[in-house]
Design a protein around this ligand. Structure first.
Ligand SMILES: Nc1nc2c(c(=O)[nH]1)N[C@H]1C(S)=C(S)[C@@H](COP(=O)(O)OP(=O)(O)OC[C@H]3O[C@@H](n4cnc5c(=O)[nH]c(N)nc54)[C@H](O)[C@@H]3O)O[C@H]1N2
Ligand SMILES: Nc1nc2c(c(=O)[nH]1)N[C@H]1C(S)=C(S)[C@@H](COP(=O)(O)OP(=O)(O)OC[C@H]3O[C@@H](n4cnc5c(=O)[nH]c(N)nc54)[C@H](O)[C@@H]3O)O[C@H]1N2
Ligand code: SF4
Ligand code: SF4
Ligand code: SF4
Ligand SMILES: [Mo]
Length: 891
């Protein structure tokens, strides 16, 4: 590319065409002050990277004497620019003085403290507050929400908050209201934030250069002592964030505004959900159950008790009477150690992790698992979202989808029985009857083939099993599909045409697909559809905990070794055995099979790390009974969960902010966790506990530190080879300085042979008149999983404390409900009481209940039934009837 020569402060420098003066100065290490400019606020494809609203970045054209804003002026050949001439400085001073004239004199008590950019720039320019003619301001807004405080008397009208809300997170909760002196960013109708579209993602607060928007904190905090760059512990988007620490406590989480992937955004959980770490309910000492009550003991004692018990069981009943359940919330290093511990110390492949609950990784379905979703979504021209609600469950992916639609005119197809937030952005909404996706997706494939919308020759080359698949489609009756799914053939055709036209389709699927009855088939049908795009389509599984992908990559699975290498493959086994010295030959049990084994007496001892089985799984009575049959249960957690209460020994683990390691995001980024605070009491990082346990069992694992573990992973797991992963400590160091974000590191894509999988004939879901409603269960924005962490975060805790059930308007009218009443939900498995809420998003006959943090209530409605192939429990829908409590009972 041609370069452009510009004279900058008297020196000739080279820039790229399309660069602004500001970008050129940045490249040359010259700092020009800015208030309204923000790198990632540039809409992709927008003509100009900034809006030049604050004018503080003014520079002088030495040839013409013109003053211009550096953020909106592109460089041209021969330009001579001065960034700090006396005129420029004088003008910047005047601008700042004018801003300060209408700014309250409240710096000493302002929560923005020395994070305020206005104050920083004023100090640099030597402007102080004395002698200014004040313009009175009265704009403190009374918001009742626990997250954000607004004092618009401090607003300098830079518009960053508005642009963040409209262009980055695409919520559109705020806009300019009024003009002139009275102008201010406000919600529609100037109401409180909590009555607007605001999701409290915190992005506007992080970007606001002044104290106009601040985190609502109970006490004024002053300056923080340290800032540590780490990764959000909640969902699989893997957002980078800075934790701010004062007096050994986390006081704030802010997004990394330099991160090229997350672009300075977080969701409400990342911004406001970190403080579960300091909950007084954290475990601080190992506990041993003595005659029904827990007694604190030393680590030596606790570890010795566990080692003796596991050793004894192994000797008496053999290795396969032991089982380990690992965690999608623990790091890659910890998961790797845990599976090595199970396989080589205990001597069993009975190891699984929590992602079993949602079908595990795409590889397990024979789908390729590409990396880079967040980037690909933005570049896609078509996005197909099936059975997932990313604006709630994976907000960063939700932002990317909305940005692609708004800024790049990507087309969006949503497949969901509920009118999710994304439906507002969709070109096409397919609304199948719950549990009928396999038929719907196959019908799309049929239309593609029969209307000549795919390149059959190319497709036949990309995967095996195509002939059988084509025969199946030929026999598929579209009228039957209409009848089963409730989606008309016209809409199916419309969607197929949109899909066929796309050059870069991206497919996102979630629990609405794979936790459904028949979920494995539905995922396969989706895989078939993806393959019809002849390699152009990328499929991402959206349903993920922080390290669900990493846990599977690291082999905490009964049938796969690290790197998705099958246990059943002798050659694979041999290579691991050479490395580890031993490795059992038979594939192990999935978690459901472990529980059944416990109940039937084949499993005697279990080690559960970072999973709340009793809370997360359906049919708590069965789980309680199964765990009760064990001779010995060890639970390693942050809290004394319902599951931990059943254990003989409870081991206190360190939380995300108290340890180091890596998480792999749903889109394959390997992100660094860094320690910000000390673990409470005597609690220890999971990896250290595992190492101590192995040593106590007489088989010490050969690592000096975590780096050694990473070196082994880099050697044995192909997807992590050559990533600089073993040297990742260096990445951590760079990040810790807070200067710029490290470039994202992606794990490599494991090889999967594409295959057209079999799908069954469509079937109408059963209809039992005793249970006329279909209840769907899913995520809520402010909570996570069973709420073990989110319900202990001070601010998130305030939301959804009671079970709720959403009912469509027509159904509610028929039931005589207006919202707010208590109703009883009755299913074949059990009953639950919930507060009725009226919702316009549901079709007739379908109800929706959030499962966290009230899963113990909702879970009673489910039986432990699971997919015969993937052993994923069906937790997405259940047939119920609704009974009014205290009124006339009917359904
Ligand atoms: N806020 C929040 N985020 C979370 C979590 C959380 O608890 N709270 N948990 C995390 C975890 S562990 C997971 S696994 C993921 C889950 O995240 P998602 O995979 O997005 O799953 P759900 O939130 O359960 O939503 C699934 C969607 O599927 C739809 N659906 C239900 N049945 C069907 C069906 O038969 N067909 C189709 N096409 N759609 C259907 C529902 O209406 C809903 O919109 O979220 C992660 N993120
Ligand atoms: N009916 C119904 N049931 C469902 C679902 C549904 O849609 N419908 N969704 C299911 C899904 S997808 C999921 S993922 C589950 C979620 O349910 P759970 O798997 O129970 O998830 P969480 O509550 O997120 O956390 C599990 C535990 O991990 C612990 N933990 C967190 N970090 C660490 C750590 O670093 N170390 C250790 N040792 N422990 C840690 C927490 O304290 C908590 O006790 O619920 C499932 N249950
Ligand atoms: S918190 Fe997020 S959604 Fe709410 S106004 Fe700010 S940017 Fe918009
Ligand atoms: S509230 Fe803050 S970010 Fe928004 S316009 Fe005012 S100063 Fe800028
Ligand atoms: S999108 Fe996920 S990873 Fe990002 S801040 Fe929210 S919960 Fe954390
Ligand atoms: Mo999950």
């Amino acid at each position: 590319m041609q370069s452009i020569t510009v004279t900058l402060n008297g020196r000739e420098v080279q820039g790229r065409p399309g660069m602004t003066i500001l970008e050129l100065a940045e490249q040359e290490g010259i700092r020009i002050p800015t208030l309204c400019y923000e790198r990632h606020l540039t809409a992709p494809g927008a003509a100009c990277p900034s809006i030049g609203a604050c004018r503080i970045c003014i520079v002088e054209n030495e040839q013409t004497g013109a003053l211009m804003t550096a953020c909106t002026t592109f460089i041209t050949p021969g330009m001579a620019i001065s960034t700090h001439s006396p005129r420029v400085i004088e003008r910047r001073r005047t601008i700042i003085e004018l801003m300060l004239a209408s700014h309250p004199d409240a710096c000493l008590v302002c929560d923005k403290g020395n994070r305020c950019q206005l104050r920083q720039i004023a100090a640099e320019l030597g402007v102080d507050l004395i002698g200014l003619q004040r313009i009175p301001q009265t704009a403190l807004l009374k918001d009742a929400n626990p997250f954000i405080k607004r004092d618009l008397s401090k607003c300098i009208l830079c518009a960053k908050c508005i642009r963040a809300c409209q262009e980055l997170v695409v919520e559109g909760a705020i806009d300019y209201f009024r003009r002139g002196f009275a102008a201010k960013p406000a919600t529609f109708g100037e109401g409180p934030l909590e009555a607007s579209e605001c999701t409290f993602c915190g992005t506007c607060v992080a970007l606001c250069p002044t104290g106009a928007l601040v985190e609502a904190e109970p006490d004024y905090r002053g300056s923080v002592a340290t800032t540590v760059r780490t990764t959000c512990p909640y969902c699989g988007c893997g957002c980078s964030l800075y934790l701010e620490v004062k007096d050994g406590r986390l006081v704030r989480a802010v997004p990394d505004r330099d991160d090229p992937v997350t672009r300075g955004t977080l969701c409400v959980r990342g911004s406001f959900g970190y403080d579960f770490v300091h909950s007084p309910e954290r475990l601080t000492k190992p506990l041993v159950n003595v005659n029904g009550s827990f007694e604190p003991v030393s680590w030596e004692r606790a570890i010795a008790v566990v080692a003796a018990a596991f050793g004894g069981i192994k000797e008496r009943y053999g290795s396969d009477s032991l089982a380990v359940y690992g965690s999608a919330r623990c790091t890659n290093e910890e998961n790797y150690l845990l599976q090595r511990f199970a396989r080589t110390v205990l001597g069993t492949n009975n190891i699984d992790n929590g992602s079993r609950l949602y079908g595990g990784a795409p590889e397990a379905y024979g789908l390729a698992a590409p990396t880079g979703a967040l980037r690909h979504i933005e570049e896609a021209d078509l996005i197909l979202v099936v059975g997932a609600d990313p604006t709630t469950s994976a907000p960063l992916a939700g932002y990317a989808v909305k940005r692609a639609v708004r800024c790049r005119e990507a087309k969006l197809i949503v497949v969901d029985p509920r009118e999710t937030r994304l439906v507002f952005f969709a070109e096409c909404w397919l609304r199948p009857r719950p549990g009928t996706d396999a038929a719907l997706l196959s019908a799309l494939a049929k239309v593609l083939i029969e209307e000549g919308l795919v390149d059959l020759e190319a497709v036949e080359k990309t995967g095996t099993g195509f002939a059988a698949f084509k025969d199946f489609l030929a026999a598929l009756d579209l009228r039957r599909v209409e009848e089963v799914t409730g989606v008309s053939a016209t809409v199916i055709r419309q969607a197929a045409e949109l899909y066929a036209r796309a050059q870069h389709p991206v497919i996102l699927y979630g629990n609405g697909l794979n936790q459904q009855v028949g979920g494995t088939e539905a995922v396969r049908a989706l895989g078939n559809l993806a393959q019809l795009a002849g390699g152009r389509a990328a499929v991402y599984a959206l349903q993920r905990d922080a390290n669900a992908r990493g846990a599977c990559d690291m082999g905490t699975l009964p049938d796969f070794l690290p790197g998705f290498l099958p246990v059943a493959d002798q050659q694979v086994r041999r290579s691991f055995r050479d490395y580890w010295g031993r490795l059992p030959a038979t594939p192990g049990r999935t978690v459901v099979e472990m529980l059944r084994g416990a109940k039937e007496g084949q499993i005697k001892g279990m080690y559960i790390v970072g999973e709340n089985l009793l809370g997360g799984f359906p049919d708590a009575a069965f789980i309680r009974e199964a765990l009760g049959c064990l001779d010995f249960l060890v639970v390693q957690d942050l809290f004394l969960t319902e599951t931990a209460k059943l254990a003989k020994v409870v081991l206190p683990a360190a939380a995300f902010a108290e340890k180091e390691g890596t998480f792999t995001s749903f889109d394959g980024r390997v992100n660094w966790l860094r320690q910000a605070v000390a673990p409470p009491g005597e609690s220890l990082p999971d990896w250290e506990i595992i190492l101590r346990l192995a040593a106590a069992m007489g088989c010490p694992l050969p690592y000096k530190d975590l780096r050694g573990v990473r070196e082994e992973i880099a050697q044995l797991v192909p997807a992590y080879r050559g990533l600089g992963f073993a040297e990742a400590e260096a990445v951590g160091e760079v990040a810790a300085t807070g200067e710029g974000a490290p470039a994202p590191v992606y794990r490599k894509q494991p090889e999967v042979t594409p295959h057209f999988g079999p799908v069954q004939e469509p079937q109408l879901p059963d209809n039992d008149p005793a249970y006329p409603f279909t209840l769907l269960v899913g995520s809520t924005l402010f909570h996570f999983g069973t709420g073990a962490r989110s319900a202990r975060a001070r601010r998130l805790r305030k939301f959804y404390r009671e079970a709720a059930v959403f009912i469509g308007e027509t159904d509610a009218a028929r039931l005589g409900l207006h919202g707010g009443e208590e109703v009883r939900l009755v299913a074949a498995a059990g009953e639950a009481v919930a507060t009725a809420k009226i919702s316009a998003t549901l079709p007739e006959g379908v109800l929706f209940a959030p499962f966290s943090p009230v899963q113990d209530t909702v879970g009673r409605l489910f039986l432990l039934e699971f997919d015969p192939e993937r052993k994923t429990p069906f937790t997405k829908m259940v047939k119920v009837r609704v009974e009014r409590i205290g009124g006339d009972e009917r359904s």
